[in-house]
Design a binder for this molecule. Structure first.
Ligand code: PMP
Length: 423
């Protein structure tokens, strides 16, 4: 154990986790690079778990933030009006919603992913007057009780310490090979003897991040939307991790051609790593009474400033094209790895810059991620048994950074396979 890590071991709670996977003290970062106290350089294929899709400390956002702070602009404002908020609302409408023909009211639910999910669940229950929600196997939606209730992971659920109720879990796309999971779901809704009541909402990720990079097919998503419409069920897409360009388009559901009733966004919305979330609501179901769902930190004006600046990256298709082109390169590389090293027993998963390899070998994905860290590449694992090593580079990474990261990854795969797995 590095001496510098002792302070965290001695003073920080046992609940700490990423610091265990990446045991060094970071001091500086720019774009896709990070440096630790000893000056060692790392390539970042983690992007703050999807909160840093534009890389670290991007000059465009940084300058706007510095100027705003220097001018004594409002920092905290609950949900009062500020110029920073007005600018964000207007630009989000003009750059994101209007060109995609999407009509949503924008709610500020509190600064984190779980805040937007909680608000979505509450609103769906209020709108429909129903109590239950359908969630999906391996879904992940956050750590507060409502969000946990729709999260699949048993270790996280157990952490609630109380029964998590009013939720029915249904199989996600491809959960069982060669079975249409939606036929199964519809049967439950149709059959008065199924024991499943018509729910207020269904909540899903189009690509499951924490659950193991499972990408739903566009057909499945379209059918989900049809089922929801047929039964008057609200469709909530949790785009906290898959949104803001991670899968290639601003919203992950765009290529499926669906229009959810409620959309949850957070993580990379501020663009700069500042806490920020919104809940997008179909206007006719925007029925919370004033203050019915509130919170102290709904007016993070520094986040409004950087989020507004980040929207400039969506005024043309440069960023989307970068993801499209390089995503193919990453997928080709991963397919090659799986073929060249059959010992991985790997399966390539995901789309856009939300990809990974699931390994059937117990503990191997963690070993590869640990080796990668030693070799100067930051990446994490996901899935119910941490069986997927996950590639999350910043969306604007250049060829040099990507090639370097992939080369480190291959060296780490080779090194991991040479050693016995101890965990
Ligand atoms: N939804 C999804 C899809 C997520 O991936 C996460 C975080 N990993 C959350 C919700 C919760 O976000 P937060 O950690 O900011 O509460």
């Amino acid at each position: 154990m590095n001496e510098d890590m002792k302070i965290f071991e001695n003073l920080e709670s046992e609940v700490r986790s990423y610091v265990r996977s990446f045991p060094t003290v970071f001091t500086k970062t720019k774009g896709y690079k990070m440096w630790d106290k000893s000056g060692k350089e790392y390539i970042d294929f983690f992007s703050g778990a999807g909160a840093l899709n534009y890389g670290h400390n991007h000059d465009h956002m940084k300058q706007k933030l510095i100027d705003y702070i220097a001018s004594d602009g409002i920092t905290h404002s609950l949900d009062m009006a500020s110029t920073a908020k007005a600018d964000f609302l207007e630009k989000f409408q003009d750059v994101i919603l209007k060109p995609r023909d999407l009509d949503y009211k924008i709610m500020f639910p509190g600064p984190t992913g779980t805040n937007t999910v909680e608000s979505a669940l509450k609103l769906a229950r209020k709108v429909t007057g129903r109590t239950d929600v359908i969630s999906f196997t391996n879904g992940f939606h956050g750590m507060t009780i409502g969000s946990l209730s729709v999260t699949g992971n048993s270790m996280k659920r157990k952490g609630a310490g109380i029964p998590l109720q009013n939720v029915v879990t249904m199989p996600y796309d491809n959960y069982v090979d060669d079975q249409d999971s939606l036929d199964y779901l519809e049967r439950f809704l149709e059959d008065g003897g199924s024991g499943v009541a018509i729910p207020a909402a269904m909540i899903l990720e189009t690509v499951q991040g924490e659950g193991g990079i499972n990408a739903a097919s566009f057909e499945w998503l379209k059918k989900i939307e049809r089922v929801c419409k047929r039964w008057g069920i609200l469709l909530i897409v949790d785009d906290v991790q898959a949104g803001i360009g991670r899968t290639g388009s601003f919203f992950s559901f765009e290529p499926a051609g669906i229009k959810p009733d409620i959309v949850c966004l957070s993580k990379s919305l501020s663009g700069y790593g500042l806490p920020f979330a919104v809940t997008l609501i179909r206007p006719d179901i925007d029925i919370f009474t004033p203050g019915e769902h509130n919170g102290t930190f709904r007016g993070n004006n520094h986040a409004f400033i950087t989020a507004t600046a980040a929207l400039d990256f969506w005024k043309n298709d440069e960023l989307e094209n970068n993801v499209k082109e390089k995503s193919q390169k990453i997928l080709d590389f991963l397919e090659k790895m799986v073929e060249k090293y059959p010992e991985i027993k790997g399966e390539v998963r995901g789309r856009g810059f939300m990809v990974g390899v699931a390994s059937e070998v117990d503990g191997l994905a963690n070993k590869i991620a640990a080796k990668a860290f030693e070799n100067g590449l930051i990446m994490e694992t996901s899935g119910p048994s941490d069986e997927v090593f996950k590639l999350f580079p910043p969306l604007n990474i250049d060829d040099e950074g990507l090639d370097k990261g992939l080369a480190i990854l291959e060296a780490s795969i080779k090194a991991a396979m040479k050693e016995p797995i101890t965990n």
